[in-house]
Design a protein around this ligand. Sequence first.
Ligand code: PLP
Ligand code: ZN
Length: 420
Amino acid sequence: MPKVLGMRCRECGEEYPMNPIHVCELCFGPLEVLLDWELLEGKLTREKIEKGPKSMWRYWDLLPVEGPPTVGRNVGFTPLVKAERLGREFGLKNVYVKNDAVNHPTLSFKDRVVALALTKAREFGYETVACASTGNLANSVAAHAAEGGFHSYIFIPDNLEQGKVIGTLVYGANVLAVSGNYDEVNRLCAEAGDKYGWGFVNINLRPYYGDGSKTFGYEIAEQLGWKAPDHIVTPCAGGSLISKTYKGLNELNRLGLLENGGTEGIPTKMYAAQAKGCSPITTAIKEKYEIFRPQKPNTIAKSIAIGNPADGHIAIETVRKSGGWAEDVTDEEVVEGIRLLGRTEGIFTETAGGVTTAVFKKLAEQGHFGENETVVISITGNGLKTIEAVAGKLGSTVHIQPNLASLAEALQTEKLLATV
Ligand SMILES: *Cc1c(COP(=O)(O)O)cnc(C)c1O
Ligand SMILES: [Zn+2]
């Protein structure tokens, strides 16, 4: 039974059939997937979802595909970790980390959007897929293209971290390193998309790509015992994840699947996190601008360095509507954020996670979170991909000889005494 009615323009409401298109012909507004709510309401139950696979595909009924997943079948359902020690540092009792740093297979939340976009690309009949990426999308499109037997063209800025570049080349993808920032790469891709007719994950397939992020929100609620949390802190690049997480939670409420939902809506406040070196979304929220002002990125948080975010308006609207807020942090605070999450929770996140953890700290210190309220920190990528950011900033190893005398000597030094 078809559960998707088609596409609808977010701005003017014009409807379209389900095709690889992403902007409205009438007003150039972004297109969204239109689910058949009459078909879903009252029929999709918690029990049905809970019996599904331990992956994002347990929410198949709410995703815009017609058949079963053909690519990325094991993506998602990552741990929601109770962060007791991190919470205690700020006097908070219910802090959680949604840990997509261990998402299968490429260790970032991008595996969700790509699993959906490439399953959809196959349904549309594409044999070649492509993307513009700040790194994690490159890794994920290349990996899933390999799994699904697609040709792939991956466009990245030429200054990315080694882990992101090698973690793309290894899958045998065609990688094009463009001398320019992400916004320039993306503009080139929009032109290439028109010329070559590839399935561009974040351009003509963007409405499907975006819906993959809804599963981040579904999982948080299910893992909290079908409850929407009070607060979610999320890093923003293009602004899709934060908007779709919120959309996902509201869909569960619409279906009556939440313990704490209802006609009043969900209690969740959304908080945007960015680096000061690229903060068009958080600046617009903090300065109360009508529309964001594009920036030229300059930060170590490269995975979220998008100066002209495609879903920036929607992200800002989401934060405002939910009653949340936004903060941005310096590159120094990003490194401190990575170390804070590492030393309190044993989770090694990349620079985007450093941004999110540092922004969580800032918001906690500003008093946004109540002691017993539920706070979820969105950790979206893995630290092993951006070791450049922390190399040389973590203290050093203590060098010893392979004998007990040398060990005993080392243990006498002030540095190690505290630990014995
Ligand atoms: C892409 C990305 C984001 C943000 O994604 P948007 O949906 O574009 O806002 C956050 N964290 C990491 C690690 C990413 O790679
Ligand atoms: Zn329109």
